[in-house]
Design a protein around this ligand. Structure first.
Ligand SMILES: Cc1cc2nc3c(=O)[nH]c(=O)nc-3n(C[C@H](O)[C@H](O)[C@H](O)COP(=O)(O)O)c2cc1C
Length: 151
């Protein structure tokens, strides 16, 4: 299969959710380790953001892989309010080198992203993000400014 063939059936799914437990750094590391192993088997890539009890996750892969994984993640009791913001075909992956990138971005840093200042100044959480703002956030991460890893 050529690289182009591989790209024909790719989608991304972006959802937000609210943690139901207090996630320590160790909890996040354990979650990421498990996710990275399983995502690499499914050829799923993406990014997880976590701040102040809110998650935003970007999952990239085939529609089948993403559907199965999203179902599993939605049923996870460690978070609720799982809300799909965007699901659409993509031409290529934005996070091809990440089986699951991670950023514990702070509210202060979020405010530095153009077009998001007003939103995060008002102390809203990820679960209230709309498609437009999510795309701005995604672009900022794609551009690499806030990518970080706990490892
Ligand atoms: C915010 C959040 C993000 C998650 N992301 C992933 C992920 O990217 N990949 C994954 O396999 N599991 C992820 N999980 C874990 C799944 O919900 C679930 O626990 C796991 O897939 C179960 O795997 P198992 O059925 O093999 O035990 C995530 C969980 C949470 C709370």
């Amino acid at each position: 299969m050529t690289e182009n063939d591989d790209n024909i059936h790719l989608i991304h799914c972006i959802y937000s959710s609210a943690a139901t437990i207090k996630f320590s750094d160790d909890d996040i590391i354990a979650l990421l380790e498990k996710s990275r192993t399983s995502n690499s088997q499914l050829d799923v890539t993406g990014m997880l953001l976590f701040e102040d009890g809110s998650f935003l996750q970007i999952l990239e892969g085939t529609p089948e892989a993403i559907a199965d994984l999203y179902k599993k993640i939605s049923a996870d009791k460690r978070h609720n309010n799982v809300t799909k913001i965007i699901q659409e075909p993509i031409e290529e992956r934005s996070f091809s080198e990440w089986t699951m990138g991670y950023s514990g971005i702070t509210r202060k840093e979020l405010k530095e992203i153009d077009g998001l200042n007003d939103f995060f100044s008002s102390k809203k959480c990820y679960t209230e993000l709309d498609e437009n703002r999510t795309k701005k956030l995604l672009k900022a991460f794609k551009d690499g400014k806030w990518r970080a890893s706990l490892q």
